[in-house]
Design a binder for this molecule. Sequence first.
Ligand code: NAP
Length: 397
Amino acid sequence: MNTATSQPRRLTILGSTGSIGTNTLDVIRQMGGRDRFDIMALTGHGNVALLAEQALVTGARLAVTSDENQYIALKDMLSGSDIDVAAGSSGLHEAASLEADWVMAAIVGTAGLQPTLTAAARGADIALANKECLVSAGELFIETVRKGGGKIIPVDSEHSAIFQCLDENHRDTLERIVLTASGGPFRTFTRQQMADVSVQTARAHPNWSMGLKVSIGSASMFNKALEMIEAKHLFDLTPDQIEVIVHPQSIVHSMVGYRDGSVLAQLGVPDMRTAIGYALSYPKRAALDVDRLDFTKLARLDFEAPDLDRFPAIRLARTALERGGLQGAVLNAAEECAFEAFVEEKIGFLAMADVVEDVMDHLSGLAPATVIADVFAADAQARRRAQEVILNQGCTG
Ligand SMILES: NC(=O)c1ccc[n+]([C@@H]2O[C@H](COP(=O)([O-])OP(=O)(O)OC[C@H]3O[C@@H](n4cnc5c(N)ncnc54)[C@H](OP(=O)(O)O)[C@@H]3O)[C@@H](O)[C@H]2O)c1
């Protein structure tokens, strides 16, 4: 770790062009920009115009598009600068391998797993937005970070909240964690109404501004399902220690309950920059220009139990937690396929859970992973099965 105050801290952002990535760059700017931070690498996929602009503004050493077809375009945009350009999975590997002390893992989906593992293995501190790393690779991911000598600092707002409320010195006093969920745009819909919703309505989150995958996941509550599994690995919890409560205002970001009945909560306006800023300045807190909570204007804070019939994702996460092993990887891969099929209008909104449940049941007998290759193999098997189920759903639906 770079401790000298005069030395800029070396950072890399995997997924800099996304919602978390652009918020991270804003936090970096607010915290001193190029005077305090040395950007080693930025990565994006399709949005190379934004990637090139970000690289020029921050003076990044390396810009990587994971889409090999975009290499020439990115190279052209950065010609005349001294910024190195790379593409594809080897480019992501190069970005993750550069000696950054702190790496923001903000690539969406399973595509983020391998580069984050690479950064973790060489000892970087991982600011973890990409929940899929823990959902799929679980203990193997934690073990990679531990062996590398870095640490995980959660960025998901719920896990950041728990991280901030958790008394690590007295773990034996912890009773439970309570993940809050907004309930998304269909919180009050009947199952019948949910059957016909469009991608456009599903992506319109009432409180948060996020990327497409996480927005649709909030509407189906699959995002919460992934977060339950993420929390299990991150905080070493048993399934019965993980609760979910619907909280439509998204002001209480999550809570920790202790054995004396106390519950500690972290509150704030729904703005990811607070969690990102905490991950970057941990264990301190940076001054950030984000809106403040005005308690006089907060009419109320509501809480309600999630409806497992309308939101089966929560039930499926619990099944995955209880079965353990590779069920997280299977759920994650099946959900990614189901999400893509919904976005491409091959299946309806409710069918996403049917696809995931079928794949989980079909692959419930997989032996636990001992090496990362097992995770990728389970992921591939789950995707194959999901595609078959989607094809059938499409035929029958
Ligand atoms: N958004 C939030 O508020 C939020 C909150 C908590 C956790 N998270 C988690 O953070 C992660 C990122 O979410 P997001 O909302 O920022 O997503 P997003 O806006 O969709 O951005 C995703 C990033 O990944 C890149 N990318 C897309 N496909 C890729 C591929 N195949 N290979 C490599 N890179 C690829 C994108 O590049 P291009 O844009 O250039 O195509 C972009 O930089 C997710 O795991 C999500 O669950 C997000």
